[in-house]
Design a protein around this ligand. Structure first.
Ligand code: F6P
Length: 344
């Protein structure tokens, strides 16, 4: 078979590991010819593709990013975009496509599958907010990076008796904030799922410091929102999938905390550091398992399906199940742990 791959959306540690596994099994076991569309769906529309082989992926297992490149292009938002994708598959003689991405990339894959495209999905996002899979690769790496940062901020916070606000990624879901916040012993964790009241945050900090604690760490997901009327946030531009470009809640929060409590406050925005660099061992293994499962799915004709992790096993689920609804933080995990921290 002639099998194509693409990587779409934000990059993620482990993307190369997925493709390496696909190519290894595809070429060596199934005798496939592998190609890659460059820069996500944009490469399909613009017909930019390159041959891929076992050789192409030598040395890439520990390498972050994606050697194929990525973009946030949405064919359904471009004139003739869908037709261009369909033509590309026919004229480039692609028998099957493996789309590696998050809700946006896989959402496009699901819609194109409805129009006849032979596609298999692989779930990717450091945010870990895709439904139907317990974990996405990249999440473990992001949590590790954020936890290390929080560990480091503890000592400088204590030395200066400061409040440290740490902004982590997480547009619609606070998985990174909750996991790194718990692992790093944060004082407070603010996530998009639970709008926060700035007054409650500041009162809790005052209570904690009055009780003799001399420093605090507040972990905030970039998509965290204040309760209505609590705090005003600036409006921002949107991408082709309609997502607001985030980043900045940390600054607003730090300013408010300092003003309302009088405690010296600093902010660290981790940003894309969480997405860059080498994947953890866990993510390399998960990515490799997903890659093997994806090429197997192609050869079983399991189109319109996504490979997923459930109860430790790799399974197949309909693409629509993965992109229908975001997976948010388990309220038991948040309330059972985060509220405990709020107490002091
Ligand atoms: O989708 C993953 C993610 O890392 C989000 O957490 C973040 O909001 C977004 O990507 C940032 O996107 P970009 O790299 O396009 O600024």
């Amino acid at each position: 078979m002639r099998v194509a791959m693409l990587t779409g959306g934000g990059d993620c540690p482990g993307l190369n590991a997925v493709m390496r596994a696909v190519v290894r099994k595809g070429e060596r076991i199934y005798g496939d010819e592998l190609v890659g569309f460059v820069d996500g769906w944009r490469g399909v529309i613009e017909r930019k593709l390159r041959p891929l082989s076992v050789e192409t992926f030598r040395g890439t297992l520990p390498r972050g990013g994606t050697i194929l490149g990525s973009s946030r292009t949405n064919p359904f938002k471009l004139d003739g975009g869908v037709e261009a994708c369909q033509r590309a598959m026919q004229e480039e003689r692609i028998d099957a496509l493996i789309a590696i991405g998050g809700e946006d990339t896989l959402g496009v894959a699901a819609k194109l599958h409805d129009l006849g495209l032979k596609v298999v999905g692989v779930p990717k996002t450091i945010d870990n907010d895709l439904s139907a899979t317990e974990l996405t690769f990249g999440f473990d790496t992001a949590v590790q990076i954020a936890t290390e940062a929080i560990d480091r901020l503890h000592t400088t916070a204590e030395s200066h008796h400061r409040v440290m606000v740490v902004e982590v990624m997480g547009r619609h879901a606070g998985h990174i904030a909750v996991w790194s916040g718990i692992a790093g012993g944060a004082t407070m964790i603010l996530i998009p799922e639970e709008p926060f009241d700035i007054e409650v945050v500041c009162e809790a900090l005052k209570k904690r410091h009055a009780a003799g604690n001399y420093a605090s760490i507040v972990v905030v997901a970039e998509g965290a929102i204040p309760k209505e009327g609590s705090l005003q946030l600036a409006s921002r531009e949107r991408d082709q999938f309609g997502h607001v470009r985030l980043g900045g809640i940390g600054n607003t929060l730090a300013e408010e905390i300092e003003e309302r409590t009088g405690f010296e406050t600093r902010v660290t925005i981790l940003g894309h550091v969480q997405r860059g660099g080498t994947p953890t061992a866990f993510d390399r293994v998960l990515a490799t398992r997903f890659g093997i499962a994806a090429i197997d799915a192609v050869h079983d004709g399991a189109f319109g399906q996504m490979v997923a992790l459930q109860c430790g096993n790799i399974v197949r689920v309909p693409l629509t199940a993965a992109v229908g609804q975001l997976k948010t933080v388990d309220p038991d995990l948040y309330h059972g742990v985060a509220e405990y921290f709020f107490a002091g």
